[in-house]
Design a protein around this ligand. Structure first.
Ligand SMILES: [Zn+2]
Length: 121
């Protein structure tokens, strides 16, 4: 039987109640602390581990990207710093140089040029 989490609206106490899935709608939990019946059900998020991918997807959210002014290297630097924090080691050492230079006001194009070793014209 799954456990459901509830929060008492009167005193804020949270508690769990075991219930069959089909009986959950009829369940009328009572706060074990203050006997109030004004209870709201909490959605339990156990088992949902945010994967690396969804974290990055969240960062790359279109509404956030739209807020980025590409003509503002410092804003990009802040954004990339946030990305680097999320990625940790995976971001690679180069990203910190890029961030530093963006935050110093250097344009993304000129940073690209000086770092893009693989690209030959
Ligand atoms: Zn209560």
């Amino acid at each position: 039987m799954p456990e459901y989490d509830f929060r008492c609206k009167a005193c804020g106490h949270t508690f769990s109640v075991m219930s069959a899935v089909e009986a959950i709608d009829e369940l009328e939990p009572v706060c074990p602390q203050c006997d109030a019946t004004d209870i709201s059900r909490l959605i339990r998020r156990v088992g949902i581990v945010t994967s690396e991918d969804t974290r990055i997807e969240r960062l790359m959210d279109p509404s956030r990207m739209a807020a980025l002014d590409e003509g503002d290297p410092r804003a990009m630097g802040r954004f990339m710093r946030e990305m680097a924090n999320e990625l940790g080691e995976d971001a690679g050492p180069e990203i910190h140089e890029v961030i530093d230079r963006l935050e110093a006001g250097e344009s993304p194009e000129s940073i690209d040029q000086s770092l893009g070793g693989d690209e030959t014209l």
